[in-house]
Design a protein around this ligand. Structure first.
Ligand SMILES: *Cc1c(COP(=O)(O)O)cnc(C)c1O
Length: 494
């Protein structure tokens, strides 16, 4: 299996090279040259999560030896997840909630970031790279902590995380700035997520800076959802949840389903799209946005227009104006038109928008939820079903209700639940009528626990008393400088 750049198909590399590089030198994203078919869905019904992971990943990571790939999977999906089934499905109000938050940081990012460090380590072996890898990551909150957790103390790899200082929840921030591990470095950016993400992208494209890093025997890589080492592992749980439901006789064999995904950078839903192309019987892929509803506009009009204000919402992991992985979808839907993708992305960066004329989006439905609707939905589902959702999941559940009433489509539906309600406790609590006022947030979590009888995860409880280890802030223009300081590679250190 080769991986090609969405902006230049001539660039073609192996999976281990793509995992190390993260992003292509031309600014494009790597996509698998073909999407393999999974012929035998039935065989998956009796497989453990790890076995399905192997079945899928071996088709993509073809330069990994079978034993090495199995070891990566074993190390990733172990007891750092709080359930042996890794991704449980819960039936709520006739739909199936796929809980992707049972990993160490309580958000779906763990599904891929628990394996990426092992894939990356193995990739450096396969390609005989001697340099020390520096993971450079921008986060809207969840990626940062999940990546720190995954990479902390991994020998031969350093990790630097940039988060928007005022764009993440208090719990998310606390999770990151208390991160242990000599090889970790966390920095708050004075700006929003897009500033952080664009800053990181600029650095990846800065030849001069990369040369400086290279001279010092380092090389950059990324843990963002643009890395295929993130994207591919996310395909697994769609096959897994489907097979589990067939096995439990909640779905008939080959029965078509819808999949709803609360969407930000478009990585999770792109993985669902890949699953569909690979043979999972999927009807609609339902993309749910919060008030940053740029994708809703895009799927209706074909115009992607980022010339608008970013709105800070109660679902910060989806407060995004540039959904990077959409570039991959454009590439696939256009039959691999790399020139069109390259010029559209150039136009987006220069003029702030692009227009797609001839693409067929019939696999997708898109809509969004307002802040008001999110709170109402959390409250309603809790009251009627005794199920507590985090705001990201509520965005998705609410959009699904819109879809159902608009289309009258009654096909069974899997809804991706991307975070534990305790990760966004303030919103969850106030939605179900707990007065939050200016109470200490750990106090709020206790009240939430009292009212819902769902235990606060231990790792969140103990955050309260953890020591802050990272106290770094910078302007978005100073990211290079702070990297130089951490790696001790600047001119001043020559
Ligand atoms: C990252 C994240 C999302 C968005 O996923 P994308 O793959 O970026 O679309 C949704 N919810 C939560 C809780 C997240 O952490």
């Amino acid at each position: 299996m080769r991986y090609i750049s969405t902006r230049n198909k001539e660039i073609s590399i192996s999976s281990s090279e793509a995992i190390i590089q993260g992003i292509s030198k031309d600014g494009g994203l790597f996509v698998p040259q073909i999407l393999p078919r999974i012929e035998d869905l039935e065989a998956m019904e009796n497989m453990h999560y790890k076995e399905i992971a192997y079945t899928i990943m071996k088709k993509f990571f073809t330069d990994f030896g079978p034993a090495a790939l199995k070891t990566c999977i074993d190390k990733a999906y172990d007891n750092k997840f709080d359930t042996d089934i890794i991704a449980p499905v819960v039936e709520v109000n006739n739909s199936f909630i796929l809980e992707l938050f049972h990993g160490p940081t309580f958000a779906f990012k763990d599904m891929a970031l628990s394996i990426l460090p092992y894939l990356l380590k193995e990739s450096t072996k396969i390609t005989s790279i001697q340099k020390e890898i520096v993971i450079l990551t921008a986060t809207s909150g969840d990626t940062g902590k999940a990546a720190l957790e995954g990479f902390a103390n991994v020998h031969g790899i350093k990790i630097i995380v940039f988060y928007p200082e005022n764009g993440v929840s208090e719990i998310q921030k606390k999770q990151m700035i208390t991160q242990e591990g000599e090889n970790t470095f966390v920095v708050g950016i004075r700006g929003n997520f897009d500033d952080a993400q664009n800053g990181v992208k600029d650095i990846f494209n800065d030849r001069e800076f990369i040369e400086l890093i290279d001279k010092n025997n380092y090389m950059f890589s990324s843990a963002n959802s643009i890395n295929i080492g993130r994207l591919i592992p996310q395909i697994v749980y769609y096959f897994y949840s489907y097979s589990m439901l067939v096995k439990q006789k909640k779905l008939n064999k080959e029965e078509k389903i819808n999949i709803v995904v609360p969407t930000g950078n478009f990585g999770n839903i792109l993985a669902a799209y890949y699953a569909k192309v690979m043979g999972l019987p999927v009807n609609k892929l339902i993309s749910a946005s919060n008030e940053n509803n740029i994708l809703w506009d895009f799927f209706r009009t074909g115009v992607y227009d980022k010339r608008r204000e970013l709105i800070l919402t109660s679902s910060p992991s989806m407060d995004i104006l540039i959904s990077s992985n959409l570039e991959r979808l454009l590439f696939h839907l256009s039959g691999g038109d790399d020139k069109m993708v390259a010029s559209s992305m150039a136009k987006l960066s220069k003029e702030g928008f692009y227009k797609m004329d001839n693409l067929n989006f019939e696999d997708f439905y898109s809509n969004y939820s307002t802040e008001e609707e999110v709170k109402e939905r959390i409250c309603k589902v809790f009251k009627e079903e005794n199920y507590l959702m985090d705001p990201h999941t509520a965005v998705a559940v609410n959009v699904y209700e819109k879809y159902r009433s608009e289309t009258k489509d009654n096909l069974k539906t899997i809804i991706a639940s991307t975070a534990s309600p305790y990760k966004f406790g303030n919103t969850a609590a106030s939605a179900i009528g707990i007065k939050t006022g200016d109470k200490d947030e750990f106090r709020i979590l206790e009240e939430l626990e009292d009212k819902t009888k769902i235990a606060v995860p231990k790792a969140i409880k103990t955050l309260k008393d953890k020591v802050i280890l990272h106290n770094n802030n910078c302007n978005k223009d100073d990211m290079r400088q702070i990297i130089e300081e951490f790696l001790k590679v600047g001119v001043a250190n020559d």
